[in-house]
Design a protein around this ligand. Structure first.
Ligand code: 3PG
Length: 306
């Protein structure tokens, strides 16, 4: 009997767990659940004899993989896989997959929700501004970026995008101006929403040089990863520009400094909340176990990352 461990510090909604279990029961696989674990040892003990692992942002480092003697597949129920040591997995012949797109709408709704909140001065009673007819630059036009564009159009925003990996035809087909040059997009957009992954090329890539191109009343929205921001550069631009605002789904490393100096112009979620909806949990969780079943039963390698 195959054993599938669902290991999540930030648990899935109960409805998602129920549906995942039902799918695994149907094929006779055993589901094991490790939620809200506080230390790594709990994860190391739990992976010992499982065949498959489903995680969210949980860190799957080499030592976790070393402890998992029977492990054949890890599925990251979500998009970003910067939490998984792909090289170590490949060296041990462990397949790693993600579930792209499954939580994209949830993240996109949070982007617009936080933009409205900041435009209304975090609901402090003072007059704010509207999103209508403002320019929103989408930095990376993938699954989340596309959903942000769709919703922002409903607000009558002027939506533009930059993505070196997506062709202009695809962006323009959605009625969105495509910028070949990232600096040009930042110069034209009052709002910029970040949807790039965290990797060697992108870490700290949102820096002073880029941010200084934005207009005076700029709002930067980050529902991607905190690591892509050069925090010292962002602090510098916020010091120089009294109108610059920063919204992030998860606090930066220098949270206290941002809060001390720019309290009115920042908002940080206490935990990464983008994908935290019942719908997104069900979509990503069900996709993850379906991919595991198809991997074992049909050797299906769709969404393999390594
Ligand atoms: C993702 O990469 O899919 C999102 O950042 C969601 O991450 P989470 O599953 O940890 O909420």
């Amino acid at each position: 009997m195959k054993k599938v461990l669902i290991a999540t510090i930030k648990p899935f909604a109960p409805a998602a767990i129920e549906q995942m279990k039902a799918l695994l029961d149907k094929v006779g696989y055993e589901m094991q659940l490790l939620e809200k674990y506080e230390d790594k040892q709990a994860l190391l003990d739990a992976v010992k004899d499982v065949d498959a692992l489903v995680v969210r942002s949980d860190k799957i480092t080499k030592d976790v993989l070393d402890h998992a003697k029977n492990l054949k597949i890890v599925v990251r129920a979500g998009a970003g896989y910067d939490n998984i040591d792909l090289e170590a997995a490949t060296a041990k012949d462990i397949v790693v997959m993600n579930t792209p797109g499954q939580n994209a709408n949830a993240v996109a709704e949070l982007v617009l929700g936080m933009m409205v909140m900041m435009a209304r001065n975090k609901y402090n009673g003072k007059p704010g501004t509207e999103l209508k007819e403002k320019t929103l630059g989408i930095h990376a036009y993938g699954n989340v970026g596309k959903n942000v564009a769709r919703i922002a159009k409903g607000f009558d925003m002027n939506v533009v995008a930059h993505d070196p990996y997506v062709s202009s035809e695809i962006v323009e087909r959605d009625g969105i101006k495509d910028y070949e040059n990232v600096e040009d997009m930042y110069a034209d957009a009052q709002y910029v929403s970040l949807h790039i992954p965290a990797n060697e090329q992108t870490i700290k890539s949102i820096n002073y040089d880029l941010l200084k191109r934005m207009p005076g009343n700029a709002v930067l929205i980050n529902t991607a990863r905190k690591e892509i921001i050069d925090e010292d550069d962002l602090l510098k631009i916020m010091e120089e520009r009294p109108g610059f605002k920063y919204i992030s789904d998860i606090a930066p490393d220098k949270k206290e400094e941002f809060e001390k100096r720019f309290a009115d112009r920042i908002f940080f979620t206490p935990k990464k909340m983008g994908a935290q909806t019942a719908e997104a949990n069900i979509n990503a969780g069900v996709a993850a176990v379906t991919q595991i079943i198809n991997f074992f039963e049909n050797n299906d390698l769709t969404y393999k990352l390594n």
